[in-house]
Design a protein around this ligand. Structure first.
Ligand code: ZN
Ligand code: ZN
Length: 428
């Protein structure tokens, strides 16, 4: 058994009587999701809970962020992070506590909102873990820094908290720990050291042409043709410019121009999403996109340079090797080796790593299973197969909602406590 594991394992024994309250909090959060940077009700609810538990609570950090500090004598400071925002998705009618709420998106449109990424499970699990820690102060020593982060989905929340003086106001800390639910059987945990999740960059490109009548193309510069050439030429970045051993995604997810078949428009707009796993490759791909967009516009004789505007960016999420091994060993000791798996490197992105990066301390991020084990036909090692085959919903699906709620939340709370227990000292 790992020498540090018993602290968290013992703390988790206090969970039994609290699990129903954790589930009730989860159902409340799930029924009332809010979009990025609009997590007002959510932040107030979790701030109330942290205050009731006995933490020193600060609200409004980086917009709607909430920070709670639980001081309990000498020892390391452990940052525990959960994210708070939902997504503009209409929830399927799977559970009684489904969301019927709406929000207003960045374009001012009223949209349905759902916790389709499971951030409600992250918040509920963190509150449950803090309740266990506060209830057993004799069982450990150190400081817990609980972070309820806004706006993970748009990649801005952790940086907004850092820009609001997070390190100066609440630091320093020794390690940053976070978790994310995934489409996998309840009870199972997935960890990976080194590069875990991709860097993501989103760009808006506006191509300028010269509009006119569809019958006189020679008197125009057609931005539709420029945009089409850009879309095709961008595919050569992955095919011809990136080494076969490097993984890169370049997706044009949005392409808009024109209004009518016989009008050549003035402009076209593309939205491009880029995923990379290496800073040098990222720089190279971004430079290639810039070069291709400008060159295609120049090749067509565009009257003005294209506008290339960054929309969002997520940093690479890198798990510290030693710290991750420590957590993985503690998980195996607490939950058994068959419940702990190597996570695949994911092309999804996450801004959790900003906290550890900014403080210069190790980050450890892991996934926990969020759905009924039956869905995965007992293949806990490769749950992605069930998602690819369409048997299980992935996160961001309108069907992604834990149905085996109690086992999901139990393991999520236990995982936080066991991981934190790798740093919190046993009580003297
Ligand atoms: Zn998400
Ligand atoms: Zn998420």
């Amino acid at each position: 058994m790992h020498p540090d594991a018993p602290v968290g394992t013992r703390l988790a024994t206090g969970l039994d009587g609290r699990l129903e309250a954790v589930a009730a909090l989860y159902r409340d959060l799930h029924a009332h999701p809010e979009l990025a940077f609009a997590e007002h009700r959510t932040a107030a609810l979790v701030a109330d809970r942290l205050t009731a538990i006995g933490l020193e609570v600060t609200t409004g950090v980086g917009g709607t962020g909430v920070v709670g500090v639980l001081r309990n004598g000498a020892g390391p400071t452990v940052l525990l992070r959960a994210d708070m925002d939902g997504l503009p998705i209409a929830e399927d009618d799977t559970v009684a506590h489904r969301s019927r709420d709406t929000g207003v998106d960045a374009d001012g449109a009223t949209v349905p909102v759902m916790h389709a990424c499971g951030h409600d499970t992250h918040m509920a699990a963190l509150v449950g873990a803090l309740e266990c820690l506060a209830a057993d102060r004799a069982g450990w020593s150190g400081t817990v820094l609980a972070v309820m982060q806004p706006a993970e989905e748009v990649g801005g929340g952790s940086r907004a908290m850092l820009a609001d003086g997070f390190l100066e106001r609440f630091g320093p800390f020794d390690v940053a720990l976070g978790q994310h639910v995934t489409s996998a059987p309840a009870g199972h945990l997935y960890a990976r050291d080194g590069v875990f999740m991709a860097a993501a960059d989103s760009l808006r490109v506006t191509v300028h042409g010269r509009g006119g009548h569809g019958s006189t193309p020679h008197a125009t510069v057609d931005p539709v043709v420029i945009a089409a050439a850009i879309v095709l030429r961008l595919q050569t970045i992955v095919a011809r410019e990136v080494a076969p051993a490097d993984s890169v995604v370049v997706t044009v997810g949005s392409l808009h121009a024109g209004s009518k078949e016989n009008i050549i428009p003035d402009r076209a707009e593309l939205k491009i999403n880029i995923r990379t796993f290496d800073p040098d490759v990222r720089a190279r791909v971004l430079a290639a996109v810039d070069r291709i967009v400008r060159a295609e516009a120049a090749a067509a004789g565009a009257p003005a340079e294209p506008d290339i505007e960054p929309l969002t960016d997520f940093p690479l999420l890198v798990n510290d090797v030693d710290a991750t091994e420590r957590v993985r060993a503690a998980f195996e000791s607490a939950f058994g080796v068959p419940s702990v798996h190597e996570a695949p490197r994911r092309s999804g992105s996450e801004d959790f790593g900003c906290f550890g990066d900014a403080a210069g301390v190790p980050s450890v991020f892991w996934n926990f299973g969020g759905l009924d084990p039956d869905v995965y036909a007992a293949d806990a090692e490769h749950p992605e197969a069930a998602v690819t085959a369409g048997r299980a919903p992935g996160v961001h699906s309108p069907h992604f909602v834990p149905t085996a709620l109690e086992p999901v939340l139990r393991r999520a709370v236990e995982a936080v406590l066991v991981a934190a227990g790798c740093w919190l000292r046993p009580a003297p």
